[in-house]
Ligand binder design. Structure first.
Ligand code: AMP
Ligand code: MG
Length: 400
């Protein structure tokens, strides 16, 4: 089979010209999973003042050991207005500002309170149990750099630096269309020659996990006019990506090429050197990138994992998944591979501290159940020789 496109080359073409989407400002509480478009500079110092890290007494270290008179109280959010002078102390709580004049905190466990007096029998060193102003971060500090992928921890930092809204790349808007006369939605009563459409729902879930916003366009029958009107609809409603499943092979009803041509675009139709999922289609319909995946459920899923997910990462501004593969060892012997990169559905287990990937005996690309039971794909390069159980392999986790 001449002219098969290597997987890496197909991925490069899918990503070619795809740039991170424009910026939008969103509430800081919703930025988990998004990528910053600018540096986030702190508008304040944290802590904003010297703070106590213990419940106890704010003192002058020079006064100790000794008996001090307690002249007031400093609690979190309610500081003591006066100053600690020679022979005095202020009752203080964790997170409360250290009063002027004090240079150390004595833990309450180390102090004996008696009315307005407190006795401390040991000395303390200056600075004890004081968190200095700006210990965490200072005003003007770039706490989070442009390009950072936000997570719950970084979200907390953005909020603590007092950003109510943050600038991030817009989420990719992804329209999903199933094509095929045989398809019906789940929950209906399929006739004997009908198939329940499952690809679109799986694709939508993949899109959501990759940070995109899916729009379900339903099922288009294998007719040019119907398919074309859905594709136009996706384009007119401002989607960044249209993913179709089915109709990408050379069968009688395969229309995607005609649809793309009717939209005035040049269809990229590739036979990729991979299994499952040889045919893949790509076209730019104006600003919307169309990715035509094969209809076979496993092929559709594997192509979405290998091509759609990286495209959505790229559009979202993410650069964290350049090589999402991992090293493992084979759980069984595998035969020699042919010219197509193989993606064997496999389970993962850890044995003697080693990650073991065991391929399922049956690898038919129509088998959704095997896919559902799999943890990973074992990546077998083109022409890989037979390999014995225990030898190293590369894997791609299915639910990273
Ligand atoms: P196609 O690429 O249209 O030739 O479809 C290949 C195989 O995948 C056929 O057996 C279809 O019934 C099946 N198929 C296509 N689309 C879907 C879908 N949305 N959900 C489940 N199976 C599908
Ligand atoms: Mg079809």
């Amino acid at each position: 089979m001449a002219g098969l496109l290597p997987v890496a080359e197909a991925l490069a073409r899918v990503l070619a010209g795809a740039a991170p989407l424009p910026e939008e400002w969103i509430p800081v509480g919703t930025c988990d999973g998004r990528v910053l478009t600018r540096d986030l500079v702190s508008g304040r110092s944290q802590p904003p003042d010297d703070m106590s890290s213990m419940d106890g007494y704010a003192v002058r270290s020079a006064d100790l050991p000794g008996v001090l008179s307690v002249i007031g109280e400093s609690a979190a959010g309610r500081s003591f207005a006066g100053a600690v002078t020679a022979g005095t102390a202020v009752r203080i709580f964790t997170g409360a500002p250290v009063p002027a004049g004090a240079d150390a905190i004595v833990m309450q466990e180390e102090a004996r309170r008696d009315g307005d007096e407190v006795a401390v029998t040991t000395g303390v060193s200056a600075g004890q149990f004081i968190r200095r102003r700006g210990l965490d971060f200072t005003e003007g500090l770039t706490g989070l750099a442009s390009g950072t992928l936000m997570n719950p921890r970084r979200l907390a930092l953005a909020a603590a630096m007092n950003h109510a809204t943050v600038p991030v790349h817009r989420r990719p808007r992804v329209a999903i269309l199933s094509t095929g006369d045989e398809l019906v939605e789940p929950g209906t009563a399929p006739g004997p020659d009908q198939i329940v459409s499952s690809n679109a729902l799986a694709l939508a879930a993949i899109v959501r996990r990759a940070g995109g916003e899916p729009t379900m366009l339903g099922i288009a029958p294998d007719r040019l006019a119907e398919t074309l009107s859905r594709v136009r609809g996706a384009r007119e409603t401002g989607h960044d990506v249209l993913v179709t499943s089915g109709g990408a092979s050379v069968g009688e009803y395969d229309l995607m090429r005609e649809v793309i041509a009717a939209e005035g675009a040049a269809p990229g139709f590739w036979k990729i050197a991979m299994r499952p999922g040889k045919p893949l289609m790509m076209a730019d319909l104006g600003p919307m990138r169309l990715l035509g995946l094969p209809g076979n459920p496993v092929a559709s899923f594997v192509c979405a994992t290998l091509f759609l997910r990286p495209l959505l990462f790229r559009l979202s501004g993410r650069s964290d998944a350049d090589d999402p593969t991992e090293e493992a060892v084979l759980g069984t012997d595998v035969g020699p591979n042919d010219l197509r990169a193989d993606h064997l559905r496999a389970t993962l287990a850890t044995r003697d501290g080693q990650l073991v990937a065991t391929p399922f005996a049956v690898q038919d690309s129509s088998m959704i159940r095997v896919l559902a039971e799999a943890d990973a794909l074992i990546l077998r390069p083109p022409h890989a020789p037979a390999a014995a159980a225990g030898s190293p392999c590369r894997i791609l986790r299915l639910d990273p």
